[in-house]
Design a binder for this molecule. Structure first.
Ligand code: NAD
Ligand code: UDP
Length: 323
């Protein structure tokens, strides 16, 4: 169960989509929260409402450089997560995953802090095993356009387990599956925000390939709850642990749901399927259920409603001009 005694908590990537919700929860729980971010994909507006809280602080810093702070817990979330963003500067993406992990693990080693890595279902690549359990080693192209992210995150996991075995660092590794919700950047490029923004602004919904590829979508509140449970789990639970919603949908189904919910009459436009795009993805969450007592509670219908409400408000001028 979550440990509620106040701690000094560092959240790297704290101004990003998931990071901002995590900071919010930790501030509410009374911890001293330090968000570190270089604003590569994150935004001040995601955390501006926390700035007047006495137990919240933010620092502009790139985790590929050393960081000297005193903390009890580290959530390492810094890394662009959308394919468009992580492929924009792939060398920086690998540096963030690998050098960033080394720096944060070094910090954890010096301060004896517990450290949680935001790993990813991309560890499994284009999976041949379905759904994906944690003991599946994956099917990743090491030299393709997604490799900077996939292999960067795989190397980060290697580093976490080596720091654990070699230096006794107290680690937790979460493998996060597709997560969505309010505060995703409107130009993020990931499928849920893309479809909603397109539908609301009167632009065609872009389906890559034939739309038969599947994903399993987790609402951000559920994910944050899983991360906090994992961080505060007993010492011997290192992970990796899958965190995601097992509800599996094709991309075409998702497009149809978004169109129905927004009442938008825009067309569906087919685009070329990006290289190495995984055909299917669904988490096996038996470990999270048994070890953390965690299961997602927000279904896709409900989560889409909340996300559409957020974007309707955030895009108000653009929506008005689209009629
Ligand atoms: P995001 O892009 O909104 O957030 C990432 C944050 O990290 C941003 O605020 C960005 O500015 C910051 N950042 C990037 N490089 C940095 C650097 N070198 N130094 C400091 N800050 C840096 O993405 P997100 O969806 O919130 O993802 C957060 C984490 O969760 C990432 O590590 C991502 O790989 C992981 N994850 C997310 C998903 C998902 O579906 N959202 C799935 C799997 C894993
Ligand atoms: N996708 C799509 N249209 C879009 C954006 C994404 O059809 O406008 C597809 C993409 O090809 C992939 C799935 O949706 O099959 C999920 O893409 P996303 O970028 O959200 O994340 P991924 O799971 O691929 O990392």
């Amino acid at each position: 169960m979550p440990n509620r005694s106040p701690k000094r908590v560092l959240v790297t990537g704290g101004a990003g989509f998931i990071g901002s919700f995590l900071c919010e929860r930790l501030v509410e729980e009374g911890h001293e929260v330090l968000a570190v971010d270089n604003y590569y994909t994150g935004r001040r507006s995601n955390i501006v409402h926390l700035l007047d809280r006495p137990n919240f602080e933010v620092m502009r810093h790139d985790i590929t450089f050393a960081l000297y702070v005193e903390v009890d817990q580290i959530y390492n979330l810094a890394c662009p997560a959308s394919p468009g963003h992580y492929q924009f500067d792939p060398v920086q993406t690998t540096k963030t995953s690998v050098h960033g992990a080394i720096n944060m693990l070094g910090l954890a080693k010096r301060t004896k802090a517990r450290i949680l890595q935001a790993s990813t279902s991309e560890i499994y690549g284009d999976p041949n095993v379905h759904p994906q359990p944690e003991d599946y080693w994956g099917h990743v192209n090491p030299i393709g356009p997604r490799a900077c992210y996939d292999e960067g995150k795989r190397c980060a996991e290697t580093l976490f387990f080596d720091y654990h075995r070699q230096h006794g660092v107290d680690i937790k590794v979460a493998r996060i599956f597709n997560t969505y919700g309010p505060r995703m950047h409107p130009n993020d490029g990931r499928v849920v925000s893309n479809f909603i923004v397109q539908a609301l602004s009167g632009e065609p919904v872009t389906i890559y390939g034939d739309g038969s590829q599947t994903r399993s979508f987790c609402y951000v509140d559920d994910l944050v709850d899983g991360l906090i449970r994992l961080m505060n789990s007993p010492d011997d639970i290192t992970g990796p642990i899958n965190l995601g919603n097992p509800g599996e949908f094709s991309i075409l189904q998702l497009a149809q749901m978004v169109l129905a919910k927004t009442g938008s009459k825009v067309s569906i436009e087919r685009r070329t399927l990006p290289r190495d795009d995984p055909r299917q993805r669904q988490p096996d969450i038996a470990r999270a259920q048994s070890l953390l007592g965690w299961s997602p509670t927000v279904g896709l219908e409900q989560g889409l409603d909340r996300t559409i409400a957020y974007f309707t408000n955030a895009l108000r001028p653009a929506v008005a001009s689209a009629g």
